[in-house]
Design a protein around this ligand. Structure first.
Ligand code: FDA
Length: 399
């Protein structure tokens, strides 16, 4: 038997929970549907279990999209301060960690409990676990869902099914399939905020450095994006990770090189050449002032320099090459760790198909897409949740 609601939300993640709570508290009858058995698993595992739920500095410049102006309206109508107001009402403690990133004092579970309580306060109906098998539309424009728990009909349909990252915890291409069914364009999805890998031969000499971390400057060399980050880099057995690489991975184009400055505060060549008469230390000890000792030794080895050589004994040419290699390291990844490890999916539903006020599809009244499913991708650091809250709020207020 078909059950009739004002609004059906598919996907009870960050965006879907926010949207369902807001719509229900406005008096709409709302059903929230998810195929997972456990609620909001991505919130639970985020931020190392403490959920980096927003960023104090979140603004449109922190998001990637083929249509960069689209996110402005929703972000300005629901800000990090608005979300903090919600936390305050639920007495959830938080702290700032790094560059405006806010984390729960206790656990990401606090955010899930809060959003569930907000949904319950509005009387949201839950269907979980429930698999939506087909979506159709009746002649009067209402949506009819065939699901594993029976037929559901609703005047408005919100797709909040996220992107492709971490299939192990329930990510699917559902949002993209529905977008295609309704004739919407997709910006090609690809893994983002993801570790990058290198072919075995070129990475062989770096394998012993696995676990080494240091602050670097990183960019793609692409003048158009101007993306450059100073963050920590982490060497792994298969390639590079850490916040620096996760950030730049969203901008990186396959086949192109990354540029890294491993000693951002020092012009290494100039310092070594000008210091030849005064620096008494061996080369490895000089480099160890700026780099982790394991990296300093490994780097000298790969450059064919003797670790115990004295700076004064080395020709300027060799010191210049060493300095250049550290200040301008160019390296070309062969790929990424993929959706298995990606924190988010870049691309998704083309935002030119949607209203920036309500997230509604321009050509299909009543159908909305929110959250990560659409082509708005935040940097690392709480921006993606801020987008989930803001886009969920925009749709929740509009339906
Ligand atoms: P989300 O993925 O949260 O929810 C989608 C929901 O749809 C899921 O519950 C899923 O089960 C459901 N679903 C999918 N297909 C379905 C189907 N066919 N039928 C029914 N339901 C279906 N961001 C940030 O800002 N700060 C952080 O600290 C982190 N940390 C982090 C760590 C890790 C390991 C990951 C993988 C990701 C992050 N992120 C993050 C990113 C953040 O988690 C992500 O951007 C948001 O959860 C996106 O919210 P959505 O609601 O759009 O999708």
């Amino acid at each position: 038997m078909s059950k009739q609601y004002d609004v059906a939300v598919i996907g009870a993640g960050a965006a879907g929970l926010m949207c369902a709570a807001v719509a229900a508290q406005r008096g709409k009858t709302v059903v929230l549907i998810d195929h997972a058995t456990k609620l909001a698993e991505k919130i639970r595992i985020s931020g190392g279990g403490r959920c980096n739920f927003t960023n104090l500095h979140a603004g449109p410049a922190n998001f990637l999209s083929d249509n960069p102006h689209f996110c402005k309206s929703a972000l300005s109508r629901y800000t990090p301060q608005d979300f903090l107001g919600l936390l305050k009402r639920h007495r959830i403690g938080y702290h700032e960690k790094h560059k405006g990133q806010l984390f729960c004092d206790d656990s990401a579970e606090d955010i899930i409990r809060m959003l569930k309580a907000e949904c319950d306060a509005g009387g949201v109906h839950w269907r979980m676990p429930c698999k939506v098998e087909a979506v159709g539309q009746t002649a009067d424009g209402a949506f009819r869902l065939d699901s594993s728990t029976g037929q559901i009909s609703a005047g408005k349909l919100i797709i909040a099914a996220g992107g492709l990252s971490i299939p192990k915890i329930g990510a699917t291409d559902f949002a993209y399939r529905i977008a295609k069914q309704f004739g919407l364009k997709l910006i090609e999805p690809r893994p983002a905020l993801v570790p990058l890998t290198f072919d075995d031969a070129s990475w062989q000499s770096f394998v012993p450095l696995a676990g080494v971390a240091l602050p670097v400057d990183i960019d793609t060399g692409d003048k158009k994006t101007k993306a450059t980050f100073r963050e920590d880099l982490l060497f792994t057995h298969r390639g590079l990770s850490g916040p620096a690489v996760l950030q730049i991975s969203s901008f990186w184009q396959p086949g192109t090189a990354l540029r890294l400055n491993l000693v951002p505060e020092v012009d290494v060549a100039q310092t070594l050449i000008e210091g030849k008469s005064t620096i008494k230390k061996n080369l490895n000890n000089v480099l160890a002032q700026w780099l982790p000792a394991r990296l300093a030794d490994g780097w000298l080895d790969s450059m064919g320099c003797k670790a115990d050589a004295r700076v004064a004994d080395l020709p300027d040419k060799q010191l210049r090459a060493l300095g250049e290699s550290l200040n301008r390291w160019a390296i070309t990844p062969n790929g990424s760790e993929g959706y298995r490890k990606a924190e988010v999916t870049r691309g998704g539903v083309d935002t030119r198909e949607l209203s920036q006020q309500s997230m509604m599809v321009n050509q299909v009244p009543g159908l909305h897409f929110i959250g990560e499913a659409i082509d708005v991708t935040g940097w690392l650091g709480g921006y993606n949740f801020q987008w989930a809250w803001a886009s969920g709020m925009a749709a929740g207020l509009a339906v």
